[in-house]
Structures are given as C-alpha cells and as structure tokens.
Design a protein around this ligand. Structure first.
Ligand code: IPE
Ligand code: MG
Length: 167
C-alpha cells in the first residue's frame, strides 16, 4: 500500500519542516551529535522521496539557520561536511526523480564550493516538473526582515524608491 492510500482526504500543497532534535536523538543513544545529524540527513532523504511519491507540490526544509553559525566550529564544520556529502551524492538522483531544487538563505555565507554545487543543482533541475524542494540554508526570519529593511533604506536614500511604494 502506498503512503497516498493510507492518508485520508486531500493533501496540503506545501509542507515546511524545521529540522530539530538531531543532537538529543544522538545523546539519548550515547552517540556524538554528528551521528544524529547523519540520521537527520537520512530522514530528509526518506521525507523527500515520500513527499514526491504522494504528490506534495512544495516541500520546504529548514536545515541550517542564520543562528546556527554560532554553534561550536567543529559542529558547523561537520554540518557543512554533511551538506557537501548530501549535495554531491543526491543531486543526480533528485534530478532523475524530477525534483526542482532551490535554496533560500544567505548563500554568500556558505563556502564557495557549496555555493557552486547549489548553483549547478538549481540550474540542472530548473525545468523539472516534480516536487519543488526548497532548502533553507543560513536562513532566518530575522535576517530576512533585516535584509529587506536594508534594501528599502538603500532604495529610499538613493531616491529610486518612493516611500509610499513600501506598504
Ligand atoms: C537539528 O538538530 C539540526 C540543525 C539545526 C542543524 P539540532 O542540532 O538542533 O538538535 P538538538 O535540538 O540539539 O537536539
Ligand atoms: Mg535544536
């Protein structure tokens, strides 16, 4: 029986998931945090496949927030290593499954090789008709509002943006 058959009624068009609890999962088993992050990445793989299978049009995964940069350097390194591994290993399969991948967040804070992989993956999958997978990396509501406020302030200061265009 497929997932779609056991789910009653109509399905949501967009599901957003905030990943959390990887560290607690690992601690509860006496494992290092990275083991929890690895299992989290496995869960992502299964979630993307299941969402595609049941026909969810949009899936957004909050994977790494702007605030997560404040974690210990070795944990940030581990997470970035995992991200590299995931991008390197999964893009071809995602593309094969018709996934359209996009990344939102402060891309400029990511390492150049990661940015290049993201750019390539976005280009490669741009015309795919399957699930729209958005991954939020170095993303934060506060960072987004601050960036918008800065852009508005710059536009108003330069005279390009009339104040009443902001509403
Ligand atoms: C989610 O798990 C992964 C990231 C936010 C990168 P956490 O790392 O937040 O795990 P807990 O909350 O400490 O258990
Ligand atoms: Mg957490």
């Amino acid at each position: 029986m497929s997932v779609a058959e056991v789910l009653p009624g109509s399905l949501p068009r967009h599901i957003a998931i905030i990943m959390d609890g990887n560290g607690r999962w690992a601690r509860g088993r006496g494992l290092p945090r990275i083991a929890g992050h690895r299992r989290g990445a496995d869960a992502v793989r299964r979630t993307v496949a299941a969402a595609g299978e049941i026909g969810i049009p949009y899936l957004t995964l909050f994977g790494f927030s702007s605030e997560n940069w404040k974690r210990p350097l070795n944990e940030v390194d581990d997470l970035m290593g995992l991200l590299r591994h995931y991008l390197r290993g999964e893009i071809a399969e995602l593309h094969g499954n018709g996934v359209r991948l996009r990344v939102i967040g402060e891309k400029g804070r990511l390492a150049p090789d990661i940015v290049a992989m993201i750019d390539n993956a976005e280009k490669l999958t741009r015309d795919n008709g399957g699930i729209n997978l958005t991954v939020a990396l170095s993303y934060g509501g506060r960072a987004e509002i601050a960036a918008a406020a800065r852009a508005i302030a710059a536009g108003v200061r330069s005279g390009d943006l009339p104040l009443d265009a902001v509403y």
